[in-house]
Design a binder for this molecule. Structure first.
Ligand code: IVH
Length: 720
C-alpha cells in the first residue's frame, strides 16, 4: 500500500482547483500554508538562509495545524505538520527495492595507492591508454550514517525505506518525514517525474548527538526505565530511524544528504535524463535535497588523491562524522559500460580514513599532576588502536567532566582520537556496565606528594598546593623547560626526567646543568653513548634566546607569545624580573592576571635564585634594547613561510621574524606582505606570485634580519 492511500485518492494532488467541497476557502488556505512552509523550511534547513523570523514560521505552522485539526480531510501526505510524528507501530512493514540498494567496494590503502588503484582499474575497463585524457570523477564525502531510499510519486514523498539486506528494506516513512531537510514534495520549477527514488544518507551531527546523549543521561539519572546513551552519531541516527514511535523520532536531530538515484520513470515514458552523475546531483539540489557542498568534479588519480587529502584535513572541522570519501565515475554512459560485479558497482569506490572512535574498557582512573599542579583524571584503558595510534590513556579533563559522563572503572567506553588532539572518552556504554563501580571523586590531597589539593572558586580544576615540593610538578617543570619550543634539550625526555627526579639527582632546573657523566651513566638502561648525547644536548641548550628562556620558566599564564612580547618590550631578563605590575600592563598581550602572575613569580626569592643559578651554569642569550614604546621594525607586517629553507628550521625563521615584530601566518592572502620560500614551496608560492607579493629566499630573509637587528650581545652574568 502506498502512503497516499492512507490519505484518500486525491491526497497526492491536493490543490487542483476542482475542489467543490464546502471548505473551498479553507482548502486553498491550507494549500497556501503548505507551500509557504515548504519554501521557508527549505530556506532554513537546507539552504541555511531563512528569510522570515522563526516566530513567523511557527505561526504559519500552528495555523495549518489548527486547520487540519478542524478538517482532517485536508491533511495531505506532504503536509509539514506530519514532521512532528504521530503514529506508533508494532513493527515496520517490509518492502522490496525496485532497484537493489548495493554497497560499494572499499579501499583502505594510503592516499595515493587507494585512488590510483581505482583509477587504474577504471582506465583499463574503459579501454583507455596512457595517452588518453584523465577520467572525470565526482568525489564525495562518505557520510557515516545509514542509507535511505526516498520514493516520490508525482513529486510527493510516499515512502521511505532502509537498506535492509539490499533487496528488502523496512518502511520507515513516518520517521523519515520528521527530517526537516527531506522535502515532502519536490521543489522548484522542474517537472516532477511520476516516479523518483532518491538515495542518500541519514545522519546526526556531532552537536546533535552530544545534546541527545546529554538528555539521555538526564533520563537515566531520573530513573527512567529502558533509556540508554548512544555509542556514536551513526548508532543514534540508526536508532532514531528505527524508532516505532514516530513522535520520539521527531525529537531526534536527524539530517540528510542525497548522493544518488534508485528507481526513476524511464526516458521513454517521459522521465528525465542525465548525462553525468554531477548533473543528477545538481538536479536533486534543485528539487530541494541537500547535497554536500564539498562534492567536487575532479580529474584522474591526481584529482582523487588531492580530494582525499583535503577532506582528511577538513574532516575534524566538519559538523558531522565521515569515515572516508567516495569516488564515482562522472559519465553515466561510462557507468553503464562499467556495470557491476556481484553486489557492487565497478564505477564507484569508498576510500576510507582510519577510524577515530573505538570501544575499549576502563582499567583504572588515575589522577595526574601537571606542571602547575593541576590534577587531571585520566582513564587507563585496555590498549586500543584508534585514529592511527594505540591509545592506553584518555583524559577525563576534570572532576565535573568525569562525573558528567559518569565514567567508572570496568566500564566499556567510546574513545575518540581525532587529528592530533589528545584522546578522550566520549561516552560510556551504560548497558555494558557489568557491575556498579564507585562514582569517581577527586582526591582532596595530591596523589603524588600528599599536599592539600584545592579547587579555587570559579575554577574547574583542583590543584596540588605542593609547588616544587611535589615531584610530579618538578618533573613537569623540567620537561617544560627542556621543551622544543623552550630552551630545547633534545635528549631530555619524560622517561629520563622521571628517573633523574626519582633518583634525587635532579631537583631544580639548574641541577640539569650540573649533571655529570657518572650520574647519568649510573642510571638504569643508560648506555655510555646515550649519556654523552644527553650531555651534548644539555650543552647545546645553553645558547638560547630570551623569549625561549622566559617561556621555559613555566610561569603560570605566560605562554610562548607572552614570553616573546615581554622579551621585545623589556629587552633584558633583569628588566622583566624587576618590572612593576603597572609596567607589565604596558606590554601588548599582558592583562592583570598575567601581570600579577609574573610579579608573584619573581617576588619569590627561590625563583630569582633559579634564574641566577641558570646563568651561573652558563645559560646565555642575546639581550636587546628595550623596545617599550618604540615600535619594532617589522611591526604590522605579515609574513608566510613555505617550503624547506637550506639551513634555518621553520621555528628559527619564525622566531627571527617575530623578534622584529612581524606576524607569521599560515596562509597567503592579499594582506600578506612577504613570503619566504624554500625548496619545494607549493601553492603558497604560486599564490604569492599571482597576487604580486614580495618573495624572499633564506639569504634574503637573513639580509632583512641583519638590516634590522641592532642588539648588543651580553654574555651571561655570574650570579648576582
Ligand atoms: S554511493 C551504488 N555515496 O556507504 C553506490 N554511498 O556501501 C551506492 N555512503 O551504506 C552508495 N556516503 O549509505 C554512496 N557519498 C556516498 C556515500 C555513501 C555514505 C554509504 C552508503 C552505504 C555505504 C556504501
Amino acid at each position: 500500500m502506498s502512503t497516499a492511500d492512507l490519505f484518500g485518492s486525491d491526497a497526492a494532488n491536493p490543490s487542483d482547483g476542482s475542489d467543490a467541497s464546502p471548505h473551498h476557502g479553507v482548502a486553498s488556505r491550507a494549500a497556501a500554508l503548505r507551500e509557504q512552509l515548504h519554501h521557508h523550511g527549505h530556506q532554513y534547513y537546507v539552504l541555511d538562509a531563512p528569510t522570515i523570523p522563526d516566530a513567523e514560521y511557527d505561526r504559519l505552522f500552528k495555523e495549518l495545524q489548527a486547520l487540519e485539526a478542524a478538517h482532517s480531510e485536508l491533511i495531505t501526505p506532504d503536509s509539514p505538520t506530519l514532521r512532528v510524528g504521530g503514529g506508533v507501530l508494532d513493527k515496520f512493514p517490509s518492502v522490496r527495492h525496485v532497484v537493489p540498494m548495493l554497497s560499494i567496494r572499499t579501499e583502505t590503502d594510503t592516499e595515493a595507492t587507494g585512488a590510483e588503484n581505482f583509477d587504474t582499474r577504471i582506465r583499463k575497463e574503459l579501454g583507455l591508454s596512457d595517452s588518453d585524457a584523465p577520467v572525470d570523477y565526482v568525489a564525495e564525502l562518505k557520510f557515516d550514517g545509514l542509507a535511505i531510499s526516498l520514493r516520490y510519486e508525482s513529486g510527493i514523498l510516499v515512502q521511505a525505506a532502509t537498506r535492509g539486506d539490499g533487496e528488502n528494506g523496512e518502511v520507515v516513512t513516518e520517521n523519515i518525514r520528521t527530517i526537516e531537510q527531506i522535502p515532502l514534495k519536490l521543489m522548484g520549477a522542474l517537472t516532477a517525474p511520476s516516479v523518483l527514488e532518491v538515495r542518500g544518507e541519514v545522519y546526526m551531527t556531532r552537536a546533535g548527538f552530544e545534546a541527545l546523549n546529554e538528555r539521555q543521561r538526564e533520563r537515566i539519572a531520573a530513573g527512567e526505565k529502558g533509556e540508554k546513551t548512544f555509542v556514536n552519531p551513526r548508532n543514534a541516527a540508526a536508532g532514531a530511524v528505527r524508532q516505532l514511535d514516530s513522535k520520539i523520532a521527531a525529537q531526534r536531530p536527524l539530517s540528510f544528504f542525497a548522493y544518488g538515484l534508485g528507481d526513476i520513470t524511464p526516458a521513454e515514458e517521459g522521465g528525465p535524463t542525465f548525462s553525468t552523475h554531477f548533473d543528477l546531483l545538481m538536479t536533486l539540489k534543485q528539487w530541494g535535497f541537500p547535497v554536500a557542498e564539498q562534492t567536487a568534479c575532479v580529474q584522474g588519480a591526481a584529482g582523487l588523491v588531492d580530494f582525499h587529502q583535503r577532506m582528511g584535513q577538513a574532516r575534524d572541522a566538519l559538523p558531522y562524522d565521515i569515515d572516508g570519501v567516495v569516488y564515482k565515475v562522472n559519465s553515466l554512459a561510462a557507468q553503464r559500460q562499467l556495470g557491476f560485479v556481484t553486489r557492487e558497482p565497478r564505477w564507484a569506490v569508498a576510500h576510507k580514513y582510519p577510524a577515530q572512535e573505538q570501544l575499549t574498557t576502563v582499567l583504572a582512573i588515575e589522577v595526574q599532576v601537571g606542571r602547575t599542579g593541576k590534577l587531571t583524571p585520566v582513564a587507563k584503558l585496555a590498549p586500543v588502536f584508534v585514529g592511527g595510534v594505540t591509545v592506553t590513556n584518555a583524559t577525563l579533563h576534570n572532576e565535573t567532566e568525569a562525573r558528567r559522563k559518569d565514567v567508572r572503572v570496568g566500564d566499556t567506553v567510546v574513545v575518540r582520537r581525532a587529528g592530533d588532539v589528545i584522546p578522550e572518552v566520549v561516552s560510556v556504554i551504560t548497558e555494558k556496565r557489568l557491575y556498579e563501580a564507585q562514582i569517581f571523586t577527586m582526591p582532596h590531597t595530591c596523589p603524588v606528594c600528599g599536599s592539600a589539593a584545592v579547587r579555587e572558586e570559579g575554577e574547574a580544576d583542583y590543584r596540588c598546593t605542593g609547588g616544587l615540593f611535589c615531584s610530579a610538578q618538578r618533573k613537569q617543570a623540567i620537561l617544560h623547560f627542556a621543551h622544543r619550543r623552550a630552551v630545547e634539550i633534545e635528549d631530555l625526555g619524560d622517561k629520563l626526567v622521571e628517573q633523574l627526579v626519582d633518583a634525587g639527582v635532579v631537583n631544580t632546573l639548574p641541577d640539569v646543568y650540573r649533571l655529570s657523566f657518572d650520574a647519568l651513566a649510573s642510571l638504569d638502561r643508560m648506555a655510555e653513548k646515550s649519556a654523552n648525547n644527553v650531555l651534548a644536548s644539555i650543552e647545546k641548550s645553553k645558547q638560547t634566546t630570551l623569549p625561549r628562556f622566559v617561556f621555559g620558566l613555566g610561569i603560570r599564564h605566560v605562554g610562548e607569545s607572552t614570553a616573546k612580547a615581554l622579551a621585545h618590550h623589556f629587552g633584558t631578563m633583569d628588566a622583566i624580573m624587576d618590572a612593576t605590575v603597572d609596567q607589565l600592563l604596558q606590554v601588548a598581550d599582558v592583562g592583570p592576571i598575567v601581570a600579577l602572575s609574573l610579579r608573584t613569580f619573581f617576588d619569590q626569592p627561590h625563583n630569582r635564585e633559579v634564574v641566577a643559578q641558570l646563568r651561573a651554569c652558563g645559560v646565555t642569550w642575546t639581550e636587546g634594547e628595550p623596545t617599550a614604546g618604540a615600535s619594532l621594525p617589522l611591526a604590522g607586517q605579515t609574513f608566510v613561510l613555505t617550503g624547506t629553507l637550506p639551513t634555518l628550521s621553520r621555528d628559527q625563521a619564525k622566531d627571527m621574524l617575530e623578534t622584529l615584530g612581524a606576524k607569521v601566518a599560515g596562509s597567503v592572502s592579499k594582506k600578506t606582505h612577504c613570503v619566504v620560500a624554500g625548496a619545494e614551496a607549493g601553492s603558497k608560492l604560486d599564490k604569492a606570485q599571482e597576487l604580486g607579493i614580495k618573495v624572499l629566499d633564506e639569504a634574503g630573509l637573513l639580509a632583512l634580519v641583519a638590516a634590522h637587528t641592532n642588539t648588543t650581545t651580553e654574555t651571561s652574568k655570574a650570579a648576582e
